[in-house]
Ligand binder design. Structure first.
Ligand code: SF4
Ligand code: SF4
Length: 521
């Protein structure tokens, strides 16, 4: 199986002393912690599918060290093995030697991106680039048209879309219009999607998964920002900040609303600064660390004046990166200390609620629920029991076991889009276990896992839903009379609203003008 992310090129060389794998002694030392015991191999999803040492944690570390030592170039093969990793960090949990693989794979991908960006800066699709560091090396770089379109898409995604609320609103507002205006149904029924998928473009055969993954984007077409300050219900015990996220706020706005309500019900004054931005997790996981660092600095500065007791996140992938801002900014003299203080305050919503002993005034919620461990919650943040504790505390809710709940579902940020074959293999394994639970609901604390598992349910026609644990807690508080809810969309059961294309387009245009108007003020 080949990874689909790989771009066509031959060899490019960055001397070990200059690359992120070697630049920081810390990173190099982390690699040297590997004692090659192989305990991590049975926990690695890509090794389980491919059975290739180079696609195991140990094999990847060998390759990283060879690059850092200048014994291996950043070749197509190296890139393929590094991007085939789902970044689940299951190997970290298994490792007796304390290897922090997440930091290593991020450094390896950063090194790859620095190299490929350098290639992209050269003129033309076929460039003979002389390496500026090593006079003896004159690597040949061959960029296919495929790699150029992939690069443009990547630049749009990381540089234009994720960091900008306006662009996100445009993209996801457009997507919701497409879905709710009836256009999606037309495209499916007339076979247009199949036709587009078969066109000889760089995305041939790859359009169906993104379309299916975002089948029913939830929430309003243009979600209004959450209120800057939400008072505590009853006596105030804490002041907490909430990270509303980028895609999370567009597609799972209802979960953000539930998060704020549940926190307020637990005596928290909730701050959601409107100036906050994307946390940079997808950038860091994808090797775009410089952009990730810029976003981290912005968020640190944004939350600083509010002096919150804790900064709450409801997305596992984002939480993992927010807790590692200190690592990301360790070499920044102006932000290293601030990042340490910021990261120390970051808490996953389940971790925080369990730590403060949540209010127990809950009504009954009669569902059979199985819990799926998001990799970045379990392996990245070592949070296993807290979400289960919260679910068990809900009266009427029956929590059943999900076999292999700690096995990656294949979502992994944008992995399911860039490595569709492997993403599909992992989803199939997950869905076999999901189906065996007999549960009505799969609960999980990460938006990527929610979309991936919901897609698996639709593909198999399962009468099940995916929910975030906080949505079930929110249901319980509403049933207990703590508050009334304003909205509660689920991922799989949401039905398109009767919105005409014209009215929705007008709403989208109006919202964008309002957002732009606010910014000018
Ligand atoms: S992060 Fe996951 S996929 Fe990558 S090497 Fe470790 S166990 Fe394997
Ligand atoms: S378990 Fe840890 S030390 Fe052993 S091979 Fe895997 S990464 Fe290396």
């Amino acid at each position: 199986m080949s990874t689909e992310y790989t771009q066509s090129r031959t060899v490019q060389f960055i001397p070990p002393s200059e690359g992120p794998l070697r630049r920081h002694t810390h990173t190099y030392d982390l690699m040297r912690q590997c004692i090659h015991c192989g305990f991590c191999l049975p926990t690695c999803p890509t090794y389980a599918v491919l059975g290739v040492e180079m696609d195991s944690p140990r094999g990847r570390i060998y390759q990283m060290q060879a690059v850092a030592d200048g014994k291996l170039d950043i070749s197509d093969d190296f890139i393929e093995h590094m991007y085939c990793c789902v970044g689940c960090r299951a190997c970290e949990t298994a490792c007796p030697s304390g290897v922090q693989f997440g930091k290593l794979i991020e450094a390896a991908r950063e090194q790859i991106q620095l190299t490929t960006n350098k290639v992209a800066a050269q003129e033309g699709p076929d460039v003979h680039a002389r390496d500026e560091y090593d006079e003896t090396t004159t690597p040949t770089v061959s960029r296919s048209k495929n790699s150029i379109s992939a690069t443009l898409l990547r630049r749009f995604f990381f540089d234009a879309m994720l960091p900008s609320r306006t662009t996100l609103s445009l993209v996801f507002g457009g997507l919701k219009l497409y879905q709710r205006s009836g256009l999606q149904t037309v495209v499916h029924k007339t076979g247009l999607l199949d036709a587009a998928n078969n066109l000889p473009t760089p995305f041939k055969g790859k359009l169906k998964i993104p379309e299916e993954l975002m089948h029913n984007a939830g929430g309003p077409i243009i979600p209004a920002p959450l209120p800057e300050v939400t008072p505590a219900i009853g006596e105030q015990r804490y002041r907490v900040g909430v990270i509303s996220g980028c895609i999370m706020d567009q597609v799972f706005h209802d979960i953000n609303e539930a998060t704020v309500r549940v926190l307020a019900a637990n005596g928290c004054e909730v701050i959601t600064p409107p100036q906050q931005g994307c946390c940079g997790a997808l950038h860091v996981h994808g090797g775009e660390a410089d952009r990730g660092r810029a976003l981290a600095r912005h968020n640190i500065d944004t939350f600083a004046p509010y002096n919150c007791d804790a900064i709450i996140i409801n997305s596992a992938g984002c939480g993992s990166t927010l807790k590692e801002y200190d690592h990301l900014l360790r070499d920044d003299p102006d932000y290293a200390q601030k990042a340490q203080e910021f990261s120390a305050r970051v808490k996953d919503i389940s971790e925080f609620l369990v730590s403060i002993e949540p209010v127990q005034q809950m009504g009954e919620v009669h569902h059979t629920v199985a819990y799926h461990d998001a990799c970045h919650l379990l392996h990245g943040q070592k949070i296993k029991q807290q979400p289960r504790q919260l679910l068990k505390s809900i009266p009427g809710l029956k929590l059943v076991n999900l076999p292999e709940s700690d096995w990656c579902c294949g979502s992994a940020g944008i992995y399911n889009l860039t490595n569709q074959e492997m993403g599909h293999e992992l989803l199939e394994r997950k869905m076999n276990n999901v189906e065996a639970t007999g549960a009505q609901i799969i609960a999980t604390g990460n938006p990527g896992c929610m979309m991936q598992i919901a897609m698996g349910m639709r593909q198999r026609g399962l009468p099940m839903e995916v929910k975030h644990p906080i949505q079930l807690l929110d249901d319980a508080y509403a049933a207990g009379g703590v508050y009334k809810k304003t909205s509660n969309d689920s991922v799989t059961k949401q039905t398109p609203r009767p919105v005409t294309a014209l009215a929705a387009a007008f709403a989208l245009l109006l919202a964008i003008l309002i957002i732009k108007g606010r910014r000018r003020k």
